[in-house]
Design a protein around this ligand. Structure first.
Ligand code: RIB
Ligand code: CA
Length: 307
């Protein structure tokens, strides 16, 4: 599998990237970055650090530094000021990003290998929307588009109660991306909440005596404490679940295809993904909504990536 990852690397993004880098059948051929949880100028070094930790190489590209239209402010309470849990013992990286802009890299790669790349988006869809606007043939040249984002029962995690962060951060980009791709695979916030890693598994995995496990432990403490304060049943894995179903599709136990769009104007609902469950919109299904996953399989992927 030839993969491109688009990320606003935060803490869970980092784990998703580690999962891809540790998957034998996956070639991570590009990592594009975007402003989301934190500014893209902090996302780039975070991605470079993950490559250092995993001792893997991939070109990293700097992308959009703000949403298309929406105002932006950092989500430092979730991922820390640095986007990696305010990791204090962070070693400097010698790596550097490429000079090519992420959107131009997306278009170049799709044109060089049409129908070959699996594109996994782990943050706001600003780069994806810009690519599709710059070259309308871009979506057709992507083999599979998977994204973490959206809500399927209006249970969100942002100031707009029905909206999930990646969509809420750049609703116009999400609207454009879902309209542009003939089919996308969506890992929603409710599916994330329904499939936590148990705290016992989290403690066991972050207790492993490896650099990768120590990295996960050191960077996840801020987020883990926040999750515990919200009384979730375990450690939440939004981006890692989107990556898990990409590298191992048989982890999907239940999914369904619906017509999905994005609310842009609602005073309370801007950024909500609107699911046409009853096929009444007249629009053809454009999103495969993942509803259930095999969490034993996800734990196995974590054990492999942290080994
Ligand atoms: O709402 C969850 C999403 O927001 C994840 O991608 C997480 O990394 C944050 O960006
Ligand atoms: Ca993310």
């Amino acid at each position: 599998m030839r993969m491109i990852i688009d990320t606003d690397a935060g803490v869970d993004d980092a784990q998703a990237i580690m999962m891809a880098l540790a998957s034998p059948g996956v070639a991570v051929e590009a990592i594009t970055t975007v402003t989301g949880n934190i500014h893209v100028d902090k996302v780039v070094p975070n991605v470079l650090t993950v490559l250092d930790i995993m001792k893997k190489d991939a070109p990293v590209y700097r992308g959009a530094d703000r949403p298309l239209i929406a105002n932006w402010s950092p989500e430092e309470q979730v991922h820390g000021q640095d986007g990696l849990g305010n990791w204090k013992d962070r070693p400097p990286t010698q790596r550097r990003a490429e000079s090519e802009h992420a959107v131009n890299a997306l278009l170049r790669l799709a044109n060089q290998a049409p129908g070959q790349y699996t594109l996994v988006a782990l943050g706001p869809l600003t780069n994806i929307a810009l690519a599709a606007q710059l070259d309308p043939s871009f979506p057709a040249k992507i083999k599979q588009f998977v994204f973490m984002g959206g809500t399927i029962q209006a249970m969100g995690n942002t100031a707009n109660l029905t909206s999930e962060f990646n969509i809420y951060c750049d609703p116009e980009a999400a609207y454009m991306a879902l309209r542009a791709f003939p089919m996308s695979t969506m890992l929603s916030w409710e599916t994330t909440m329904a499939h936590p890693m148990t705290w016992a598994q989290f403690e066991a995995l972050t207790g492993l005596d490896t650099d990768a496990a120590r990295f996960m432990k050191a960077t996840s403490s801020v987020t883990a404490e926040l999750i515990k304060s919200y009384q979730y049943d375990g450690y939440l894995l939004p981006d890692p679940l989107a990556m898990a179903i990409t590298v191992q599709p048989d982890l999907i136990r239940k999914s369904a295809e619906y017509a999905v769009t994005v609310e842009l104007h609602g005073a309370h609902t801007r950024g909500q993904t609107i699911i046409d469950y009853r096929g009444r919109s007249g629009h053809r299904p454009n999103v495969r909504v993942v509803q259930e996953l095999d969490m034993d399989g996800v734990a196995a992927l974590y054990r492999r990536m942290l080994a």
